[in-house]
Design a protein around this ligand. Sequence first.
Ligand code: GDP
Ligand code: IMO
Ligand code: MG
Length: 451
Amino acid sequence: MTVTIVGSQLGDEGKGALVDRWGGDADVVVRYQGGDNAGHTVVEGGEEYKLSLVPSGAVRGKVGVLGNGCVVNPRTLFDEIDGLREKGLDPDVRVARRAHVIMPYHRVLDGIEEEVKAEDESGTEVGTTGRGIGPTYEDKVGRRGVRIGDLADRETLRERLEYVVPQKRALVEDVHGLEIDGTDREDAFDVDALLEEFAEFGERLADGGMTVNCSDFLHHRMQAGDRIMFEGAQGTSIDIDHGNYPFVTSSNPTAGGAAVGSGVGPTVVGQGEVVGIVKAYLSRVGSGPMPTELDGDEQEEALADFIREKGGEFGTVTGRPRRIGWLDLPMLRHASRVSGFTGVAVNHVDVLAGLDELKVAHAYELDGEVIETVPATAEEWARCEPIYREFDTWDEVDWTAVAEAGYDALPEATQTYLAYIAEEVDADVYAVGVGPDREDTVEVVNPYKKQ
Ligand code: GDP
Ligand code: IMO
Ligand code: MG
């Protein structure tokens, strides 16, 4: 039995909190895409853990797997594991031999491409996390990537680097006209230095018994009766296929990615539960259209500031202030269809308490037509005018007491808001987030106990 956790919007919906909550009933937690661009927060008894690569199940002592669909920076991985050890955890992390390695030159190229786009005034700067995600997936698809399995074999690693590094060097020097030698970029393009550092990572992975053939590993664990949780990173609207291209990440956070990115069949993922994580409003870090953004006038900006401060809406990875907007139903309908949600968890309803007004984009008007789901191009999306519905607001209450008492203890206006979302996305509300801590969740259905 599997449970797949998927971001329904633009990332940072509080996926980590739900992975932690329900991860208690799982045995293995698998990341199936993305890399250290993710920042997942788990709060347990007031202690906060920020996880970029180590699956959020680590806080509960579960086996964490980075599937073949992930891109892995071994530097960040080991730093994060060491940091968690200092906090008293002992994360058991396995990495797919088929996963691709983020090399230092990928991060350099990510930075250069963003700078070039920014200077070009083309308006296509994505506002990436700068972690080298896009350039690594480019090399994967271009069949010139370095995989985790290659790190164990010095000769193969050397061959791969000798082929690819001169190409990257030419890209920087000849295409972008930038210097490498004598600058702080130098080490990232030095085959011998890369070989030494990454072969050593290969040894550390091997010594720790950390690499796996992901599909086999999960198959055997499931045969032995283990329960799997798939931990999606990012969100549907920044999915490379289903998001607002080109303002997207380079992988598939949507539920189909769980099968491809781990080597478990789509029938297995599909027989399980697929839970869309929804933030009760909208946040976005990075550029791209956002029809419901609260940035129209001073009053809207003040409201956005209030929500940003109260909700702690600053990027986990980069610290950037997140853009804030009203909940966007066309976006959620699209997310539910693309991933086939069986349920949703709606987080951050506590953050919306005490507002003077509460709006939701029920539909859009695009070039004189009313549409209920998102258009396929970012240009069209940018032209969409939200058609709002107003909802009654709710007051601040003792959310911890509400979490304990259950769904019926939620303010009536909150229940109306939640029922509307459930109806529109055609999925039941499984949980309601009323604060960051593991205990601050109103649980309606635990997906592992449903079937
Ligand atoms: P993720 O990337 O989807 O895992 O989400 P992030 O961890 O990047 O951002 C979510 C932030 O909101 C974190 O600081 C969480 O601790 C916090 N959070 C999660 N659920 C809730 C909630 O229901 N209410 C409040 N106030 N904060 C929450
Ligand atoms: P979690 O898992 C929010 C955004 C970046 C940028 C775009 C591409 O914490 O929800 P990338 O570095 O992936 O090439 O950047 O995607 N982005 C995220 N936004 N949450 C995330 O992860 C994100 N990961 C990437 O800001 O706009
Ligand atoms: Mg995050």
